[in-house]
Ligand binder design. Structure first.
Ligand code: ADP
Ligand code: ASP
Ligand code: MG
Length: 403
C-alpha cells in the first residue's frame, strides 16, 4: 500500500461540479488501495474575494486579522470535499491546520512550516479514512493562524508528504504540467515531461506560479517525489526530480514576475557599512529584497537601487524615510511599474552565449533592460511592467522556435 498526497488548487475545486470531479479522483486513488492525504486550496477566487471584503472594511487591517480571514477559504473547501466523499460512501475526515498540528512561524502572511505533528493524521489513516487538510496555513507558538503566502497550499502538500514520507505528492491544477513558459502568455509553450528541482525552484521563484517556490525547496530537501498534473484531463504531467534527461535546448523555461517595485536611495555617503545599515533595517522588518544595484553618484556619494515585492513598497518607503537622518541619503525614488523576465536552465552560466541570445531577443523586440541579475542557472532582466508579456514571447520564441 502506498501513501499518496494529492493537492488540488482553487480552480480545481471552484464549484460543486469541480468539487465532485476532485472527489472522484481521490476516490479512485483510495479504492486502488492507497492511503490518501488530500490538501485543498480555497475555491476559485475566494482568497481574492476575501481580500476585497477586508479592504472594504479596513484597507490597513492587521496581518493577523487578514490571516484569520484568509484561512477560512481552505476550511470551506475541505469540509465540502469531505461531504462529496461522504455522499460517495467513503470514509473521510476534514481537518484544519490547528487540528492537524501544523506548526508555523509567526510571520503573518508569509509564515513557514516548522514542524508537523503526525499523530492525528496517522490515527485517521490507520482507520482507513481519507484525510483532507486545509492548505496555506499553520499555527504559530501563540496558537494564532498564520498563512504561508499566496499559492502556499503547494507547500502544505509537500510538507505533509515529507512528514509522512509519502510515496508520491501530486499537485493537481488547471494545466497538465510545467511548460517552458506560462501557456496563457505563450500559447505554443511546450510541456516538460520532467524538470529538476533546481530548475523548478528558480522558475517558481521567478514567478512561474504553477508551484509555490517553497514547495520545491522542501521537495528538494526531503527528496519528495513530486508531480504536476491536470485535474481536468487524464494525461501524464510533469515530474519534478533530482536529475533529469538532458534536453537538447539549453534552457528549461522562461518565467515572468510583475509583482516588482523598484526603490532607489539617491545620494548615500560613500562609506563602509552603508549597505549593511539599509538592508539590516529592512530585514528586521521582514522585508525581502531581491535585485540590488549600487552605483557611484556625484562627488562622494553613491546610489543604491533595489527591488521589493509591490506589496512591501509602501512599508519599505515608510521605514527608510523614518531613518533618513541616520542613513543620510538625499532622497528616495520609487517605481512600482516594474517587471522581471527570467530564463532558467542547468548549465546556463557555463554557456555565456545563452545570456547574449536573451538580450538579442529583447533588443529585436525593442525592449529596454533596466537591470540584469544572474545566478548559476538563471538570467533575469528587470524592465517596464508594460513590456513583460512581449518580452516573454520574444525570449521564448528565440530559444524554442528558432531551435
Ligand atoms: P492552482 O490554483 O491549481 O494552485 P495556479 O493558478 O496557482 O493554480 O497555477 C497554475 C497556473 O500557473 C496555470 O494556469 C498557468 O497559467 C500558470 N503558469 C505560470 N507559469 C507556468 C509554467 N511554466 N507552466 C505551467 N503553468 C504555468
Ligand atoms: N488560497 C491561497 C491563495 O489563493 C493558497 C493557494 O491557492 O495555494 O493564494
Ligand atoms: Mg497555486
Amino acid at each position: 500500500m502506498s501513501l499518496i498526497v494529492q493537492k488540488f488548487g482553487g480552480s480545481s475545486v471552484k464549484d460543486a461540479q469541480r468539487m465532485r470531479n476532485v472527489a472522484g479522483i481521490i476516490a479512485e486513488t483510495y479504492l486502488q488501495g492507497n492511503d490518501v492525504l488530500v490538501v485543498l486550496s480555497a475555491q476559485g477566487d475566494t482568497t481574492d474575494d476575501l481580500i476585497a471584503k477586508a479592504e472594504e472594511i479596513n484597507p490597513h487591517a492587521s496581518k493577523r486579522e487578514m490571516d484569520m480571514l484568509l484561512s477560512t477559504g481552505e476550511q470551506v473547501s475541505v469540509a465540502l470535499c469531505a461531504m462529496a466523499l461522504e455522499a460517495m460512501g467513503l470514509p473521510c475526515v476534514s481537518l484544519a491546520a490547528w487540528q492537524v498540528d501544523i506548526q508555523s512561524t509567526g510571520v503573518h502572511s508569509d509564515a513557514r512550516i516548522k514542524r508537523i505533528g503526525t499523530e492525528r493524521i496517522q490515527s485517521e489513516l490507520d482507520q482507513h479514512r481519507i484525510v483532507l487538510v486545509t492548505g496555506f496555513q499553520g499555527v504559530d507558538r501563540n496558537g494564532d493562524v498564520t498563512t504561508l503566502g499566496r499559492g502556499g497550499s503547494d507547500t502544505s502538500a509537500v510538507a505533509l508528504a515529507a512528514a509522512f514520507r509519502a510515496d508520491l505528492c501530486q499537485i493537481y491544477t488547471d494545466v497538465d504540467g510545467v511548460y517552458t513558459a506560462d501557456p496563457r502568455i505563450v500559447p505554443n509553450a511546450r510541456k516538460l515531461d520532467e524538470i529538476s528541482y533546481d530548475e523548478m525552484l528558480e522558475l517558481a521563484s521567478q514567478g512561474a506560479q504553477v508551484l509555490h517556490n517553497r514547495s520545491v525547496e522542501l521537495a528538494k530537501k526531503f527528496r519528495v517525489n513530486l508531480e504536476v498534473v491536470s485535474s481536468l484531463e487524464r494525461k501524464p504531467g510533469t515530474k519534478v526530480k533530482e536529475v533529469t534527461k538532458v534536453e537538447k535546448t539549453n534552457i528549461a523555461g522562461v518565467a515572468k514576475d510583475t509583482s516588482i517595485a523598484q526603490i532607489a536611495l539617491v545620494g548615500l555617503q560613500h562609506d563602509p557599512g552603508v549597505a549593511f545599515q539599509v538592508f539590516d533595517l529592512l530585514s528586521k522588518h521582514d522585508i525581502n529584497v531581491d535585485v540590488i544595484l549600487q552605483s557611484i553618484g556625484r562627488e562622494d556619494t553613491k546610489d543604491i537601487t533595489f527591488t521589493v515585492h509591490k506589496k512591501d513598497l509602501a512599508e519599505t518607503e515608510r521605514i527608510l524615510t523614518e531613518h533618513k537622518e541616520s542613513l543620510k541619503f538625499e532622497h528616495i525614488e520609487t517605481n512600482e511599474k516594474m517587471g522581471k523576465v527570467s530564463i532558467v536552465g542547468a548549465g546556463l552560466m557555463s554557456n555565456c552565449g545563452v545570456a547574449a541570445k536573451m538580450f538579442e531577443a529583447l533588443y529585436e523586440a525593442g525592449i529596454n533592460i533596466q537591470m540584469i541579475n544572474t545566478s548559476e542557472i538563471r538570467v533575469s532582466v528587470l524592465l517596464d511592467e508594460a513590456d513583460v508579456n512581449k518580452a516573454v514571447r520574444a525570449v521564448h520564441a528565440k530559444f524554442f522556435d528558432e531551435a
